[in-house]
Design a protein around this ligand. Structure first.
Ligand code: PRP
Ligand code: MG
Length: 222
């Protein structure tokens, strides 16, 4: 078990892990509204730990699937991560504080357009979202053999690797471009603010204030 070494860390500052890509792009405008602006161009910088205009707050730029891990072990006090990723991670050592309401999409099953419905047999399912997929098919009473992929899931039914995929659908363009269609919704996804459980105890005031400020910004956008 790795110990969170908080004794040597300042309690008057916060480290926030931000997932690269769409989440980062949509989170920065929210942060800007509460006075947290990166001191360099995050999209183009190769730097992964970035100071902000708030001297108490630093950002870590991490891979999407790694954001909960940084928060779990206390390497970051807070993190911004999709609900899809959090469910795969399992929320160990983490509390979810706020739905930021950004990067909304759905985790869905999808099949080739020519397939009317899922075959009533043991299914082969290709996905990056192993836990969500397993739970979904178990709830349906369907036996599913899961093949873990890390991206480009849409290829799997085309090349005969799987009967179906479980993947994120936003505009639906990727499914369409690959001759696939969505079937069932597995999960409604949006981006969440998460916190390390120990950080929340040690830095209650700072974190509570940040969450309250962000909540105000998020509510004003609804
Ligand atoms: C994501 C997701 C879908 C696509 C959904 O893939 O896995 O493929 O975006 O978006 P759409 O419905 O608007 O087309 P991404 O491009 O992030 O690549 P990856 O799956 O290879 O990681
Ligand atoms: Mg994809």
């Amino acid at each position: 078990m790795i110990d969170n070494n908080f004794s040597s860390r300042p309690t008057d500052s916060l480290v926030i892990a931000l997932a690269k890509g769409r989440i980062l792009k949509q989170t920065l405008p929210l942060f800007e509204q509460i006075g947290i602006v990166p001191t360099e161009d995050v999209a183009h910088s190769r730097k992964l730990m970035i100071a902000t205009t708030n001297p108490k707050i630093k950002l870590l730029i991490v891979r999407t699937t790694d954001a909960p891990t940084y928060v779990q072990y206390g390497a970051a006090d807070l993190g911004v991560s999709g609900r899809d990723t959090l469910i795969e991670h399992g929320y160990t050592g983490i509390f979810e504080m706020l739905d930021l309401g950004i990067a909304r999409c759905k985790l869905m099953t999808a099949v080739l357009e020519s397939v009317a419905h899922l075959p009533e047999k043991r299914l082969t399912v290709a996905t990056k979202y192993v836990n969500s997929a397993r739970k979904h098919f178990a709830e349906q009473g369907v036996h599913a053999d899961i093949i873990k992929l890390y991206g480009s899931m849409e290829l799997a039914p085309i090349v005969g690797l799987a009967d179906c995929i479980v993947d994120l659908v936003d505009t639906g363009n990727t499914l369409k471009a690959n001759g696939l269609k969505p079937l069932d919704t597995v999960l409604e996804v949006s981006t969440r603010l998460i916190v390390n459980r120990v950080s929340l105890k040690m830095k209650t005031d700072l974190i509570t204030q940040l969450v309250a400020d962000l909540r105000t910004v998020v509510s004003s956008r609804e």
